[in-house]
Write a protein that binds this ligand. Structure first.
Ligand SMILES: C[S@@+](CC[C@H](N)C(=O)[O-])C[C@H]1O[C@@H](n2cnc3c(N)ncnc32)[C@H](O)[C@@H]1O
Length: 233
């Protein structure tokens, strides 16, 4: 699943990749039917909100907001939200099976500081107020290795510009990838994007890192992840 094709706010964007996988377990179906309506953010998808009316409050207080783009099965999201109850954690993921797996984890952990958008992160980011995000995670974004597909990569000039607007000064963008060409591409995109600087490029993860499902597969296949931290100036 990945992005591509620019669109004016409120227009449907192209989203490549899969939205559905194998048949959901009854417990996962139940979570989609019962917990997602409580945690979902109304008015994010362009179908539901073509005029792009501003979102209502995401949490009852003015807590710092962290965003994970493409949370997969939610291992990292749940770990961070549990470790940082003072933060409001926003997660976006268009793959329904991943959302269902994450909901099961969120329910088991009893988390009260998570809101989800089961769709394209760009639709949520564009509705966030300027400077709303204190931290953003982009963990193992789809690599789109073929040159003709590079424009689908999430670390694009357009998405960086929109993230820059939605991030607070000093906020971090953390990006993990096991694809050396993606790391290079992201470093180039950030170098060309006004208002970001490279804080670090490491081959060891951030402290307290829980790992992700995709990362486990990459490590098992012998690939070596890189962990990039960018700072919004
Ligand atoms: C390679 S997977 C990694 C999943 C997870 N971060 C992990 O490390 O296990 C990339 C994920 O990004 C999601 N994704 C792709 N484009 C997205 C977008 N525009 N907004 C939100 N998520 C997206 C995909 O559905 C997929 O689950």
């Amino acid at each position: 699943m990945q992005t591509g094709g620019e669109a004016a706010p409120g227009q449907r964007r192209n989203l490549y990749g899969r939205r559905h996988g194998k048949k959901l377990k009854p417990s996962q179906r139940r979570m989609l039917d019962t917990l997602l309506p409580q945690l979902g953010i109304p008015g994010v998808s362009p179908d539901e909100n073509p005029g792009r009316a501003p979102l209502g409050p995401l949490f009852p207080d003015r807590r710092p907001l962290w965003l994970e783009v493409g949370f997969g099965a939610g291992e990292h999201l749940v770990h961070q939200a549990a470790a940082h109850p003072e933060v409001g954690f926003l997660g976006c993921e268009p793959f329904v099976n991943g959302v269902a797996m994450a909901l099961v984890r969120i329910d088991a952990a009893g988390l009260a500081n998570v809101r989800l958008h089961p769709g394209d992160a760009r639709d949520l980011i564009e509705l966030l107020p300027d400077g709303a995000l204190a931290r953003v995670f982009l963990l193992y974004p789809d690599p789109w290795p073929k040159a003709r597909h590079h424009r689908r990569r999430f670390a694009s000039p357009e998405n960086l510009a929109e993230l820059h607007r939605a991030m607070a000064p000093g906020a971090e963008l953390r990006l993990a990838t096991d694809i050396a060409d993606y790391a290079r591409h992201a470093l180039e995109a950030v170098a060309a994007a006004p208002g970001f600087s490279v804080a670090s490029v490491e081959d060891a993860p951030w402290p307290g890192w829980p790992g992700t499902r995709y990362e486990a597969k990459a490590l098992a296949a012998g690939r070596r992840p890189q962990y990039l931290t960018f700072r919004r100036d």
